[in-house]
Design a protein around this ligand. Structure first.
Ligand code: ATP
Length: 253
């Protein structure tokens, strides 16, 4: 049963929206360790898609492969219909894919503003329109614009990592476990901002261990287990699926 205080599920974009990102038969290994064993994932323009799974399932590997940090052993990554597997990471950013990595890797010695400006490096110089947009989305960062990033709270550093990725004007934003280590109230605020980012037109692929929060935000979801997609479907269906509730929402059968 849905409580009245829960956020509404996001309205699904039309299923005829074109595929923005397609992973087809993707295999990725670290030496002898097969991390992804032939996964197929589609993200359509306008969607928020959640990629769920336990520790070590291969979620970060998926994002790192999309953003060009890892090369697949086989299979394809297509963005806007073009193959991008094998394209180096700095060029993938230029194609319109922003990546906020796991563990909020901000530049600890730099200020908030300097970190944000780094996110716009592909344009040479940060545009004040982009800066204004990010600081409006994250008023907390606006208040702390001159603070050294390493002294920010965990939630603020997560906001900064996302804000920095937005400075590159991504069409597709890859978010790796934004909720990790954050208090529930901060997670709720952060997820509302991610919803707003999507409403403003950015497609989002969201990796999360917090399945409940992720599925309330997402339109569709995929469940990764040891490098394979076990389930996928509309987020509302996954949220109510007994297997998901037992394995990822801590509700014993
Ligand atoms: P987590 O939520 O713990 O970050 P994940 O779902 O993101 O997990 P990955 O980090 O993608 O999982 O890891 C998938 C598998 O690949 C795991 O078995 C992991 O041990 C292995 N792996 C990841 N990075 C490396 C690496 N640099 N070298 C060797 N093996 C790795």
């Amino acid at each position: 049963m849905t409580s009245v205080t829960e956020p509404q599920l996001a309205p699904a974009p039309t299923t005829t929206a074109p595929a923005m990102l397609e992973l087809a038969g993707l295999h990725v290994s670290y030496g002898a360790i097969a991390a992804l064993k032939g996964i197929d994932v589609t993200v359509r323009r306008g969607e928020v898609v959640a990629l769920l799974g336990a520790n070590g399932a291969g979620k970060s590997t998926t994002l790192r492969t999309i953003s060009g940090l890892l090369r697949p052993a086989s299979g394809e990554v297509r963005f806007g219909g073009q193959r991008i597997d094998g394209v180096p990471a700095h060029q993938v950013v230029g194609l319109g894919i922003g990546h906020s990595p796991e563990g909020r890797r901000v530049f600890a010695e730099m200020t908030v503003l300097e970190n944000l400006r780094m996110g716009a490096y592909r344009f040479g110089k940060a545009d004040h329109v982009d800066l204004d947009r990010v600081l409006t989305l994250f008023p907390r960062l606006a208040e702390r614009r001159r603070q050294i990033a390493g002294t920010l709270s965990g939630g603020e550093q997560q906001m900064l990592a996302i804000g920095r990725a937005l400075m590159g004007r991504p069409e597709l934003l890859l978010l790796d476990e934004p909720s990790m280590g954050l208090a529930p109230i901060i997670v709720a605020q952060l997820f509302e901002i991610i919803r707003e980012i999507n409403t403003q037109g950015t497609t989002v692929l969201l990796v999360e261990q917090n399945a409940a929060q992720a599925l309330k935000l997402a339109h569709r979801g995929y469940v990764l287990e040891t490098g394979e997609i076990r389930m996928h479907g509309p987020a509302a269906d996954l949220l109510h699926d007994p297997r998901i509730r037992e394995a990822y929402l801590g509700e014993g059968a």
